[in-house]
Write a protein that binds this ligand. Sequence first.
Ligand SMILES: Cc1cc2nc3c(=O)[nH]c(=O)nc-3n(C[C@H](O)[C@H](O)[C@H](O)COP(=O)(O)OP(=O)(O)OC[C@H]3O[C@@H](n4cnc5c(N)ncnc54)[C@H](O)[C@@H]3O)c2cc1C
Length: 430
Amino acid sequence: MKAIVVGTGAGGAVAARELAENGFEVTILEAGKPFSPLTHMISWFRSLRGSWFLKDENSIEHLFPHYEVTRASHDLAIFRGVTEGGCTSISCGNMVRAENGLKEIGLDLSIEFEEIEKTLTINPIPRERWRPLTQQMYDKAKQLGHEPKPTPKVDDLGKCVGCGYCELGCTTGAKWDSRRVYKDYLDKGISLSTNTTVQKVLLDSNHARGVVVTHGSSTERINADVVVLSAGGVGTAQILRASDLPAKDNLWVDVVLTVGGVSKDSHMLSEPPMAWFIKKDNYILSPYFDLLSYWFHKPWKSVAVEDRVGMMIKLADTEQGTVAADGTVTKSLTRADYESLEKAKAEAKQIMEASEVTGPFVDGMVHGGHLGGTVPLTKEDVETMHPSWLPQDLWVADLSLMPRSQGLPTMLTAAALSLRVAKRIVEKKT
Ligand SMILES: Cc1cc2nc3c(=O)[nH]c(=O)nc-3n(C[C@H](O)[C@H](O)[C@H](O)COP(=O)(O)OP(=O)(O)OC[C@H]3O[C@@H](n4cnc5c(N)ncnc54)[C@H](O)[C@@H]3O)c2cc1C
């Protein structure tokens, strides 16, 4: 039985492995190139800050092509990893169960979460490895009545040098990414083709029969018995639309805004990002040096790297973005999103001020990179994990399936959803 899996991120990696373990001959098609970290070039990169080369967020694509930047509206930029490992290769290594909206549709992923967690080493960064200001902000947040908790990380802490550049890739191999999930199966049930972009799904009488890909200047058809789309919330919706199939205008991105303050010689970049977090109803707060704002966002420019302090807000945003067949994303923040951000900003400022961080307090760039919701599961689909409006033998196995935004890290959830889908494919096809 031949299966095509599109994408190597959290969803694609897990689906490919599960199918290969169950006897499928799997071809993974990945639009991006093999991943290599930028970290080794960082001092050179730093010297370009403020120059024409780093004039806006799109500049990052020239220096680090694994990032893809899309402007969804004047108030929101979208970032994603188009590379082997997808967004996991540029993640901060945070690993938590994000389950917002699952109970409502009757989906319990506990078994899949456990199965995946068992294969990983998940631990918080020990407090003694946090910068002194990060420790102080944790204590003050607690005194102020918030409930901060050390962030679970999927890292080999023995190898982590605390460089702070997780999102540009890890040079020491400390940080997990989804390439590890399938690497032992390469050429043993899984073949991987990078730099290969799936354009559309080949359909025949409401059955998927394969895909059309471009690889450099050539276009090719690849046939399969099963096609699994794991191209992420934007990529999967784009392929569906280009195949004349619907995707839902329900894109969410988990909006990030980092409030910047100042503390002399705090050296916040010299620790792993997001060492602890506070969970509120629809957002988290977490200490974070926002590299994107530091490089590209004018209000952040006047403060030196060693003095800049950031408190991230990651908000579960209103699910209402759209993705077009050409990949154009359209999404704005709603009034409710802005109201939640205002409340969160006041708390971020309160914690920083209590920790003797001074102003001016400035907003960072508003962006999002947890992309989901474009093929949202409903109660009726949970048993089969196959949205009823998709053709036979065409499956979706990534964060697109998650109906609601999370305001929390999402790799584990994408992986767990995908594992459940792959199990259903195996049941149905073998
Ligand atoms: C900067 C950043 C930091 C993050 N940090 C964390 C974190 O610390 N913890 C956490 O839990 N989550 C984090 N996330 C979110 C998390 O990584 C994603 O939510 C998760 O990886 C989603 O998995 P996915 O399989 O749905 O999509 P992705 O991981 O995005 O994978 C999609 C894959 O499909 C490929 N693709 C897209 N279109 C095509 C096409 N047409 N043809 C072929 N291939 C295609 C892409 O190249 C990619 O490899 C972060 C995200 C970003 C952007």
